[in-house]
Design a protein around this ligand. Structure first.
Ligand code: NAD
Length: 362
C-alpha cells in the first residue's frame, strides 16, 4: 500500500496530537471552529415545544439539530416541523451514540429535575457541551457530580437561567452592584402562579417536584442578585391549600434569608398564587421589578424616577446565543453549573429548616 506524503504527514500530525490530547480534548483540538452550533433537545414537553424550539428559529449562533425523546409518537411531528434528519433523532436508550454525531455540539436537558443528573453526565461523557434546565437537580450531591462530569470531559455546563440574560434583569443587577441607594434594608421577592394540573411531575417528589425548585429559584435569585451576596442562614415554612393534589411536595414555601452584610430577604413562592415581584428597600431609596421573572415584559422602577424597560425579542434565543458564544470563544458563561449549585445549596437548607422548624446555617 502506497501512502501519499501528505496523508502520511497528516497521519503523523494526528498521531502526535493524540499523544498530547486524549478523548474529547483531541476532538476539540482538531475540529474547526464552528460559527453555528447544533443543539439537541432532550425531553419534548411544554418548555421545549412552546419556548425553546420556537426560540431556536431566532438564534444566530445555534440551531435545532436534533431531538432525544422517550415518546416515539412525537418524532414525526418534530421531524416535519423542524426538518430534523433521522440520523439526529435519539431515544433515551440509544442516546449515548450521540457521541459519534458531529451535527450535535450541545445537548439541552429539558426533563423533570430528577433526570437532569443522568442526562447531563451521559451528555458530558459523549463529549457534548450541556445546557441544563432549572432547577439544576434535586440535591447538592447531584449538582456536584454534574459539574465534575463536565469538567473531567472538558465540556461546558450552562444552566437555563434565562432571566440572567434578560437586559432588564441585567440593568437591575447593575443598580444592585453600584449600591446607588446605599445599603439594603429589606428585600421582598415573590414568584408563583396557579397551577391547575392535578397529575404532574411538579407534584411528585421522586421526579424532583415541589414549588421551591420550580418557581422558588426565581424568588431566591431575586434576593441573591439584589444583594450580590450568598445567604448565610434561612428559616422556612411550607404549606398547602390543596392537600389532595400536593400530597408529597409543598404547594407554597415562605422563606427568610439572612445575608452577610446584614440584609434580609422575605421570599415567597407558590403553585397556588399568581405573584411575581421584587422590591428592594435601601437606606436612600427603593427599586421595584414587576414582573421579575416572566418570559417577557420584566419591568423595573426606582425611587429616583428611573424606569427599566428594555424591549427584548426572545429571552430564550438571547440566552442560547450568549451561551453558544461562550462555547465558541471559550469564555465564561453567564450562569454556569456553579450558579445552579449555589441555588440548590439554599434549597437544601430550606427543606432542612422546614423539617426542623429552625433556622439553618448555609
Ligand atoms: P413537561 O412535563 O411539560 O415535560 C417533561 C418532559 O419530560 C416530557 O417530554 C416527558 O415526556 C419527559 N419525561 C421523561 N420521563 C418522564 C417522567 N418520568 N415523568 C414526566 N415526564 C417525563 O415539563 P416542562 O415544563 O417542559 O419542564 C421540563 C424542565 O424544564 C424542568 O426542569 C422545568 O423546571 C424546566 N422549565 C424551565 C422553564 C424556564 O422558564 N426556564 C419553564 C418551564 C420548564
Amino acid at each position: 500500500m502506497q501512502i501519499e506524503r501528505r496523508d502520511f504527514l497528516s497521519t503523523l500530525t494526528l498521531a502526535g496530537a493524540a499523544t498530547l490530547f486524549s478523548g474529547n480534548s483531541l476532538l476539540a483540538a482538531i475540529s474547526p471552529k464552528k460559527e453555528k452550533l447544533g443543539i439537541a433537545l432532550v425531553g419534548l414537553g411544554y418548555y421545549s415545544t412552546d419556548l425553546l424550539a420556537p426560540a431556536l428559529q431566532l438564534t444566530e449562533k445555534c440551531y435545532l439539530a436534533g431531538i432525544v425523546t422517550g415518546t416515539p409518537a412525537k418524532v414525526e411531528t418534530w421531524k416535519k416541523k423542524y426538518n430534523i434528519p433521522d440520523k439526529n433523532i435519539y431515544n433515551y436508550q440509544n442516546f449515548d451514540q450521540i457521541a459519534n454525531n458531529p451535527d450535535i455540539d450541545i445537548v439541552y436537558v429539558v426533563l423533570p429535575p430528577s433526570m437532569h443528573r443522568e442526562f447531563v453526565v451521559r451528555a458530558a461523557k459523549a463529549g457534548k457541551h450541556v445546557f441544563c434546565e432549572k432547577p439544576m437537580a434535586p440535591s447538592v450531591a447531584d449538582c456536584e457530580a454534574m459539574i465534575s462530569a463536565c469538567k473531567s470531559n472538558k465540556v461546558k455546563l450552562a444552566i437555563g437561567y434565562r432571566c440572567q440574560h434578560d437586559p432588564n434583569i441585567q440593568a437591575f443587577m447593575q443598580v444592585a452592584k453600584e449600591k446607588k441607594f446605599g445599603k439594603i434594608k429589606m428585600v421582598n421577592s415573590a414568584a408563583g402562579y396557579v397551577d391547575g394540573r392535578t397529575d404532574h411531575w411538579k407534584q411528585n417528589k421522586k421526579l424532583g417536584g415541589g414549588v421551591m425548585g420550580d418557581m422558588g429559584v426565581y424568588a431566591l435569585q431575586g434576593a441573591r442578585l439584589a444583594t450580590g451576596e450568598e445567604p448565610i442562614s434561612v428559616i422556612a415554612q411550607a404549606s398547602t391549600t390543596r392537600p389532595e393534589i400536593y400530597k408529597e411536595v409543598e404547594e407554597t414555601m415562605m422563606f427568610m434569608l439572612d445575608f452577610p452584610s446584614g440584609a434580609r430577604a422575605a421570599c415567597q413562592t407558590s403553585f397556588g398564587i399568581n405573584m411575581n415581584h421584587l422590591q428592594v428597600n435601601y437606606e436612600k431609596g427603593w427599586l421595584k421589578m414587576e414582573p421579575q421573572s416572566a418570559y417577557s415584559g420584566n419591568k423595573g422602577s426606582m425611587s429616583d424616577g428611573t424606569i427599566i424597560n428594555v424591549p427584548l425579542k426572545s429571552q430564550q434565543a438571547k440566552q442560547m446565543d450568549e451561551d453558544c458564544a461562550a462555547i465558541i470563544n471559550n469564555t465564561q458563561l453567564i450562569a454556569p453549573g456553579e450558579e445552579g449549585l449555589r441555588d440548590i445549596r439554599v434549597v437544601e437548607a430550606i427543606y432542612k429548616s422546614v423539617a426542623s422548624g429552625k433556622s439553618v446555617k448555609i
